[in-house]
Design a protein around this ligand. Structure first.
Ligand SMILES: Cc1cc2nc3c(=O)[nH]c(=O)nc-3n(C[C@H](O)[C@H](O)[C@H](O)COP(=O)(O)OP(=O)(O)OC[C@H]3O[C@@H](n4cnc5c(N)ncnc54)[C@H](O)[C@@H]3O)c2cc1C
Length: 455
């Protein structure tokens, strides 16, 4: 059947449907090493009705529709591997309603995390989920993103209150109420968060927001080994110290950060910590954390006293992966993402270090260690089979270990293309239930086909 693109252009307006080669190529890949694939067209949705018309069109011709936010995902999620439409949602970037007294905000999917926080600041409020990249809220919800603050506030699953979703059959549904808790019905919000554009397109998202703490204080705790740093994290959590952030930065990464960002951190495994609360509660938390860290072999514990130094520390952490990318121009970025029960973290990180040495990996370890989640970020030459094989070997070893101790192949980046092979091992017979849900909601397989539950 010939595809009548003119119908779609007439429904939406010509400026919203692009066949331009360079526009298509910016929608052919994400920020990973996965090979790009061009969509046939890029649609820039500006409203709910644009999404509905595009869905109707995709259904009529049985062509794929792949939602696109900031395109910062790391497992090939947005690559339209079977062509079709890349549905860009970045023009749907309005903040629709703030309810300061209910600690809720309603946004369109293309609002970015930073734009939302800039908007919320005058209300004394903020949205805590922070994946580093300036991702869209739609993309973050669809990947169940998390980040440096998850140890305190949880990830997207904990912070998406409700969704408006356009289903493949054109129906528009609203999941969940605005009440803080509910025992009513199946929890569809949880089903859609993390569904990676395979079950529906989010057109509106209600988020939980929080009061900006009276005070924040950061600290850097230096160790002679990654293991003693990670053991310290287990002790901190065990004693109930209220951590707002708890990040491991390996020696290799600090070398890269110092070189690229002009900082002068000691090049040894370091925990970047943050505490938040009132001025008196923070001082007590920092003191307790210092005592525990020194007992566990911390070489030097430095409380970061000024706001400028605190910002510098987190800027360095957030730009670490980009600093690595800049160190190896021409190579592609890959990141492992296992998450394990916290007691297994020292073992998992030892294994990672051993394989980094053995395979001579270019990169280092970064970790949201308070959650049991860490990344080996590495640079690969996608045209060099041996290089690619080494990177994949490292990832396999880590995933195998994580699954053997009850962990997961992906703590936050999601499945996309890169983690499909592990879904059976991780979910067993539950994978078939997921596939039935996919078939029920998307019988024509038009929503981001070939991802997540597909072999
Ligand atoms: C340097 C760097 C650091 C990163 N660090 C982290 C980190 O710490 N934690 C973390 O979780 N991630 C991290 N990421 C990965 C990435 O930023 C997250 O996965 C982010 O949530 C993706 O958001 P996005 O807007 O870029 O989505 P995209 O990449 O555009 O899309 C991601 C997925 O969501 C789907 N999607 C997008 N919008 C919608 C919608 N409206 N409805 C339905 N589906 C939709 C897409 O189809 C796709 O499957 C990092 C990435 C980079 C480059």
């Amino acid at each position: 059947m010939n595809i009548d693109w003119v119908w779609l252009q007439n429904q939406l307006g010509r400026n919203k449907v692009s066949f331009n080669e360079s526009v298509r190529s910016t929608h052919a890949q994400d920020e990973s090493y996965h090979s790009p694939h061009l969509p046939d067209a890029v649609v820039f949705a500006e409203s709910l009705s644009d999404i509905c018309h595009t869905m109707e069109f995709a259904r009529q011709y049985s062509i794929p529709i792949v939602a696109f936010g900031a395109g910062s995902s790391l497992e090939g999620h947005v690559i339209p591997i079977k062509g079709g439409i890349s549905l860009d949602l970045t023009r749907m970037n309005r903040i629709l309603e703030v309810r300061p007294d209910d600690f809720l905000v309603c946004v369109e999917p293309g609002v970015t995390r930073q734009a939302l926080n800039d908007y919320l600041r005058p209300f004394g409020l903020f949205f805590p989920v922070d994946p580093g990249a300036d991702a869209t809220i739609g993309g973050m919800a669809a990947t169940n993103a998390s980040g440096t603050t998850t140890v305190r506030y949880g990830g997207m699953k904990n912070n998406v209150q409700a969704l408006e979703v356009v289903l493949a059959n054109g129906q528009i549904i609203h999941t969940n109420s605005l009440a803080a808790k509910s025992s009513s019905g199946y929890h569809l919000t949880e089903l859609f968060v993390g569904s990676e554009g395979t079950l529906g397109i989010f057109s509106k998202i209600w988020l939980r927001i929080y009061g900006i703490p009276e005070q924040n204080m950061a600290a850097a705790a230096e160790f002679s080994s990654v293991q003693s740093a990670v053991k310290t994290v287990c002790s901190l959590i065990g004693t109930g110290v209220l951590l707002a952030r708890c990040e491991l930065v390996s020696q290799q990464y600090l070398e890269i950060i110092n070189r690229q960002l002009g900082t002068a951190y000691t090049e040894t495994p370091t925990l970047f910590l943050e505490f938040s609360g009132t001025s008196s509660s923070i001082l007590a938390d920092v003191k307790l954390a210092e005592t525990i860290a020194l007992e566990e072999g911390c070489l030097k514990f430095t409380a970061v006293r000024t706001e400028e130094e605190r910002r510098k520390l987190w800027t360095a952490r957030h730009n670490a992966a980009y600093a690595l990318m800049r160190s190896y121009p021409g190579l592609s970025h890959m990141s492992t993402d296992v998450c394990v029960p916290i007691s297994k973290l020292p073992e998992a990180i030892s294994l990672a270090e051993e394989w980094i040495r053995r395979l001579q990996i270019r990169g280092g370890i970064l970790g949201h260690v308070g959650d049991g989640n860490f990344h080996v970020s590495l640079m690969v030459n996608p045209n060099d089979q041996e290089d690619l094989q080494h990177a994949q070997e490292l990832s396999h070893h880590l995933v195998d270990f994580a699954l053997s101790v009850g962990g997961t192949c992906t703590g936050e980046h999601g499945v996309g293309l890169g983690k499909r092979a592990y879904q059976k091992a991780e979910h067993g017979t539950a994978l078939e239930v997921m596939r039935e849900i996919k078939r029920l909601l998307d019988p024509l397989d038009i929503l981001n086909p070939g991802k997540l539950v597909d072999d």
